[in-house]
Design a protein around this ligand. Structure first.
Ligand SMILES: [Cu+2]
Length: 108
């Protein structure tokens, strides 16, 4: 009998448990987009932290982007998440409304 047949189910179970743990933890910071404004404008997360932006501005189109780092695409609903793997200060903006700006500070 091939011992790999016994090992495979155990690996699959541990992978499934890992995924469930990650989704249960949720984002480290949440930014709500409403009234043509990022609220809050500035958030801080640890390295490896995830920021979630929620598009809740009554169907108005918005966007979240930091050049070369992340880009949500233009949308009016739902949410977008980005996980930050390096410390630093990330400035971002909405390309639809250039005056909408915010920062994510990632602490190492
Ligand atoms: Cu906008």
């Amino acid at each position: 009998m091939n011992p790999r047949w016994f090992a495979a189910p155990a690996v699959l179970l541990s992978l499934a448990a890992g995924c469930a743990g990650a989704s249960a933890a949720g984002p480290d910071a949440v930014v709500v987009i409403r009234n043509v404004h990022f609220g809050p404008m500035d958030v801080t997360v640890p390295v490896g932290g995830t920021v979630q932006w929620r598009f809740e501005d009554g169907g108005l189109l918005h966007h979240v982007g930091s050049d070369g780092v992340f880009d949500s695409g233009i949308t009016s609903e739902g949410s977008y998440e980005h996980t930050f793997d390096a410390p630093g200060v990330y400035e971002y903006h909405c390309s639809v409304h250039r005056y909408m700006t915010g920062t994510v500070t990632v602490t190492g």
